[in-house]
Design a protein around this ligand. Structure first.
Ligand SMILES: O=C1C[C@@H](O)[C@H](O)[C@@H](O)C1=O
Ligand SMILES: [Co+2]
Length: 298
């Protein structure tokens, strides 16, 4: 279905240790995490907080297991802090990822974000950006996109629950306000479904700008509970709102078909944060690997 070597499959360390809630998977080591990724048949990983920050050390550990770095998350604060502050931190992050051979940089605006707040209800508490905040975000992302291009890399924007860019309308506004040569889009199936959007429609609307993909599914009954009980994003994750592709309600058949028919090249990253004490990371990594192979031959 996919052209050989066009798409590679990675998995995120968040199923082993959750950087947003380090108490989830505290005892899982870096070595266990990357060994199990390789054992489950993945070719790459994103970077977690337990990963060595020395490129030599990280290269060596990954090379032993046949893994590469696909990307890593960067928190921008373009709507609430001076641009220069975000740009400096972004350049350090970019240079580290460049040394690791990554081609894309995952960016999420965290101005007024509630994704890290344990008690703020997710659906009621999400920020709605003002026109001024949209302007600052678009201009700042353009600048960061040009900094990424200096190293022949792309900025891929991560829409995310509990942030100012969550819904399909907000994604569309961001895409309109930014230049395709400077700002690309990360397509995260789980966040779209959680927000009540149709991931396939968003994929079709923005396909040419999508340069990185996060694959996760949702458990609809848990999402209903999050809405009914006013739970926060972190409480939702703990309750099991997210799971691996194939274990929830998203139909990935059309999503893979659409991506395969397009000129998409790059990474697919299985990223299903759950409590590792309840969902064994290796078991779920293997299940997701099998599901993706069966569905699209990758
Ligand atoms: O890409 C991601 C990174 C995580 O830190 C985040 O909270 C998660 O939901 C996600 O999609
Ligand atoms: Co994601």
């Amino acid at each position: 279905m996919f052209k050989e070597h066009a798409v590679r499959l990675a998995i995120a360390p968040i199923a082993w240790t959750n950087d947003d809630m380090p108490e989830l998977g505290r005892d899982n080591t870096f070595e266990q995490c990357i060994s199990e990724m390789a054992l489950a048949g993945y070719q790459g990983s994103e970077v977690g907080n337990k990963y060595p920050r020395s490129p030599e050390q990280l290269h060596r550990a990954l090379e032993l297991r046949g893994l590469q770095i696909a990307s890593a998350w960067f928190s921008a604060h373009l709507t609430v802090r001076p641009y220069q502050e975000t740009a400096e931190a972004f350049c350090a992050h970019r240079d580290f990822l460049h040394e690791m051979g990554a081609k894309v940089i995952v960016v999420s605006e965290q101005g007024r974000s509630i994704q890290g707040q344990m008690d703020t209800p997710l659906f009621a508490g999400k920020p709605i950006f003002t026109d001024g905040e949209w302007a600052a975000l678009a201009a700042g992302l353009g600048g960061l996109g040009r900094l990424a291009a200096e190293k022949d890399m792309k900025l891929v924007y991560h829409h995310h629950m509990g942030t100012g860019v969550q819904t399909a309308a907000e994604i569309a506004r961001l895409m309109e306000l930014t230049e395709p040569g400077e700002v690309s889009l990360l397509f995260d199936t789980g966040h779209l479904a959680f927000s009540g959007e149709n991931p396939l429609e968003v994929l079709r609307t923005h396909l040419p700008r999508i340069k990185h993909v996060h694959l996760k599914d949702i458990r609809p009954a848990v999402v209903q509970q999050v809405i009914a009980e006013g739970l926060s994003f972190l409480q939702a994750v703990k309750a099991g709102a997210f799971t691996i592709p194939g274990d929830g309600c998203i139909d990935f058949t059309e999503i893979f078909a659409e991506l395969a028919a397009s000129a998409y090249t790059g990474w697919f990253v299985v990223e299903a944060e759950q409590d590792p004490a309840l969902a064994d990371p290796l078991e779920y990594a293997i299940k997701a690997r099998r599901y993706i192979r069966e569905l699209c031959g990758l």
